[in-house]
Ligand binder design. Structure first.
Ligand SMILES: CC(C)(COP(=O)(O)OP(=O)(O)OC[C@H]1O[C@@H](n2cnc3c(N)ncnc32)[C@H](O)[C@@H]1OP(=O)(O)O)[C@@H](O)C(=O)NCCC(=O)NCCS
Length: 152
């Protein structure tokens, strides 16, 4: 297993994995255009056979805050510690960039707890966090939980 920055050749698999979970209401849909435009934010997990089995984005929101978005592990690889490794990789990436805190909006509170995140009040986060939310069918009645971790 290898975690690396995403490239254009990963776009189709990223699109399939993210939107498969988006169909289940677990995250926002992403268009191929939006994935292309934000490609530099994304990392992927490759199996030993070179297949992309996980995706995660690290989007910078402010000078001290980045958000983990579109975090997915292919169902057949879930529960093997891969999601945690990907979150660790993205947190290290934030550290390298000199960003103090990493957050996520999620239904997977327990998973993020296991990754060292704690639940915070959404109101404590900057308004910029909600920029994408206007595209969500649940807006403004969002039931996702905000989680945060200090990485610096
Ligand atoms: C959530 C998701 C990324 C987790 O990835 P994963 O590879 O299955 O998780 P891991 O095996 O790395 O689990 C890490 C830890 O979290 C725990 N954990 C994972 N999912 C959990 C859950 N739903 N409830 C409780 N604990 C959970 C594991 O037991 C493990 O504990 P440990 O550190 O004590 O060993 C993956 O299941 C997924 O893609 N889900 C659908 C999409 C989604 O909801 N993404 C999150 C959007 S923010």
């Amino acid at each position: 297993m290898n975690i690396r920055q995403a490239t254009m050749k990963d776009i189709d698999t990223m699109y399939e994995l993210i939107n498969m979970y988006a169909e289940k209401g677990l995250m926002l849909h992403r268009s191929k255009l939006s994935l292309c435009e934000t490609l530099t934010c994304f990392s992927v997990v490759e199996s030993s056979e070179g297949k992309v089995i996980g995706v995660g984005g690290l989007h910078i929101l402010w000078e001290d805050l980045a958000e983990i978005r579109s975090l997915v592990i292919a169902p057949e690889y879930a529960g093997q510690g891969i999601g945690k490794k990907l979150v660790h990789y993205l947190s290290e990436r934030a550290q390298e960039l000199g960003i103090k805190k990493v957050m996520a909006l999620t239904y997977q509170e327990q998973f993020f707890n296991h990754c060292g995140f704690r639940v915070v009040e959404k109101e404590t986060l900057p308004h910029k966090v909600w920029r994408d939310c206007v595209n969500c069918s649940k807006f403004p009645a969002c039931d996702e939980i905000a989680v945060l971790k200090e990485v610096l």
